[in-house]
Ligand binder design. Structure first.
Ligand code: FAD
Length: 316
């Protein structure tokens, strides 16, 4: 049985986990989801529409704050109760912590940065980039449960129209009052999708010239219904928030379309976005490394090209 961990926010299941669930369901076999938190029963049921036949719920006030340690306890209880052989997570800061904690707790193997999943003779195998993202390798596990952290955006959340049985699991949560505690939680205000969830990302680099240059990226993203991302160079310069950084020390994303505005294409940026469906690069330097791996390239100044592109999109 395959178990997929679903994160939720404001009573809504997050798209990343639902994509992993839909992928797991498409492989066949028994697929269940697990939702952990406080007051999450109603949200959990929606997982049936993405391929789960059962949704395990651990509902406890101690799970209200999005902290990893009690979630490891909850997941351990669900894995033991369900006998899950595979446990899948969509990458996020929280899920990465929970997956690693669960692997340590169960003495299980964890494959991370997974970009594809398949069954080989009924056994789960994964694909992940290796050697600085220059090759894709098949990876497996030598024991169960097989735990995988899937790269954000790797799979689309496809609705199946199904329903799931919600099953509560009583988990014994340890006392973490002397460990980490949530002091404050701030939600970033954003009118569009997050870069983890977006089908389209418009990313800006130093070629945008100044923080104000990001208006070009925002306008194009708005026209396409996408999200804005950034390189580390501009994040370090304080032009755009860290939460939007894509790359080795930022987030890994795989949108359907990635438009790079004034980005050179350094390897540390490339590793975070090269599994995007279609990559379009706009750069004034015809020798910029990004043109080596972009599907479409436009040699020109972003301030000339981006507004025209946004205008064309708006007109369609
Ligand atoms: P630049 O490399 O300065 O490129 C700017 C580009 O804009 C150039 O190609 C230029 O031709 C073009 N340009 C300039 N003006 C215009 C214009 N008017 N119109 C069109 N094009 C124009 N980087 C990341 O992005 N993410 C990471 O996670 C990351 N992690 C790192 C980790 C380590 C350990 C290290 C050492 C580095 C890391 N970096 C990361 C930094 C990375 O090496 C690059 O420095 C960075 O990606 C460059 O950002 P950039 O493309 O915005 O800037």
């Amino acid at each position: 049985m395959t178990l997929v961990f679903l994160e939720h926010h404001d009573g809504e299941l997050q798209k990343g986990g639902l994509g992993v669930l839909a992928k797991a369901a498409s492989l066949g076999g028994e697929v269940a989801a697990v939702v952990v938190g406080h007051g999450v029963r109603a949200a959990a049921a929606a997982a049936g529409n993405y391929g789960a036949s059962t949704v395990y719920v651990v509902d406890d006030p101690a799970l209200e704050a999005p902290l990893p340690q009690p979630r490891v306890d909850a997941l351990e209880a669900v894995v033991r109760a369900s006998g899950a052989e595979n446990v899948l997570f969509a990458a996020s800061v929280l899920s990465a912590d929970v997956a690693a904690g669960l692997a340590a707790r169960l003495d299980a193997g964890l494959n991370w940065d997974v970009t594809d999943l398949a069954l080989d003779g009924g056994t789960l195998v994964a694909k992940r980039p290796a050697l600085g993202d220059t090759v894709l390798v098949d990876v497996g596990w030598t024991s169960t449960p097989r735990i995988a952290l899937v790269r954000s955006g790797a799979f689309e959340a496809v609705e199946t129209g199904g329903t799931a049985t919600v099953q509560e699991v009583a988990a014994e949560l340890r006392d973490y009052s002397t460990a980490a505690r949530m002091v404050e939680q701030a939600h970033e205000q954003s009118s569009g999708p997050s870069i983890e969830d977006a089908d389209v990302i418009v990313a800006g680099g130093r070629g945008l010239g100044a923080p104000e240059g990001f208006r070009l990226a925002e306008e194009l993203a708005e026209a396409l219904g996408g999200a804005v991302a950034a390189t580390r160079a501009v994040v370090d310069a304080g032009w755009y928030p860290y939460s939007t950084q894509v790359g080795q020390t930022g987030k890994s994303v795989s949108p359907r379309l990635y438009i790079a505005l004034g980005i050179s294409g350094a390897i540390q940026h490339k590793v975070g976005m090269q599994s995007s469906g279609t990559i379009v690069a706009i750069n004034k330097d015809p020798n910029a490394p990004i043109f080596d791996f972009a599907d479409f390239g436009i040699v020109g100044k972003v301030e000339d090209v981006a507004p025209r592109l946004a205008e064309l999109v708006r007109r369609r």
